[in-house]
Ligand binder design. Sequence first.
Ligand code: BJW
Length: 241
Amino acid sequence: MTRHIFVLTGAGVSAESGLGTFRDKAGEGIWAQFDPMKLATPEAFAHDPETVLAFYDARRRNLLSAAPNAAHTALARLEATLASAGGELSLVTQNIDDLHERAGSQRVIHMHGELLKARCLNCECVHLWPEDLPASESCPACRTGGLRPHIVWFGEMPFHKDEIEQALARADFFVAIGTSGAVYPAAGFAAEARALGIPTLEINLKAADNAVIFDAARYGPASVIVPAWVEEVTVGLGGKI
Ligand code: BJW
């Protein structure tokens, strides 16, 4: 029986909450409208902090007006059900939004950081930051350093690498939800799971770049497919995972 499920989520899980994806339909993803090299790299921030900060201010405001959808809620329910049956859910997200938490998930591993946090360039202290972040702002802790969004940009090391590897090694089922499989290292997790002998499932609107890696797939909107899958995993096994 499945007792430890590893779930990797991407932008597709938050798409129906009104948050843009990055590489979806031609001309509609965030990176089709904006050049990631000018907005999501440490070099871009060093060169033009105002432009980078304005981009994240707009994304932060959009996030604050968004709400979790049925996929987020179902994953929170899965975490609680697994825990009450002595199992475990490892929820690793590439998303910088807080919609999993707002849906009730207790433990979310944000491998690409969090939009509602800022980090000091000097002391590296991380602060909750739900407001606009002006370039002139200094760290509330050390008062000397400037602040940057607490986000992993291209060329930077994703967070929680060891914890993620350990969770993957403990898992007995791997699910990727709403992610294109275009960005590493997350895009490699399904292959790592397979190499460990863990069954893999893709949930997506359409086949991702790395679809061939998965043992099974369910295609459709996350708000429909995820609750149905969670229902199967929990009720289908008589409430016992
Ligand atoms: C639905 C749906 C619905 C829609 N229901 N589904 C060449 C080869 C291999 C690697 C590299 C390479 N060149 C460079 C690299 C490394 C690089 C990388 O992978 N680049 C690729 C582009 C090739 N990776 C990195 O740099 C990472 N760091 C790293 O590797 O460190 C190593 C290192 C070693 C030594 C020294 C230093 C470092 C860091 C990556 C950081 C990614 N950051 C971003 C931006 C975050 C901030 C922000 O939000 O602005 O993270 S990029 C962006 O992509 C964001 C996402 O988390 C990430 C993944 O995107 P995601 O979630 O998959 O979204 P989409 O839009 O791509 O897909 C959406 C999916 O949803 C689609 O499949 C839809 O079908 C689906 N969908 N609606 C269900 N309703």
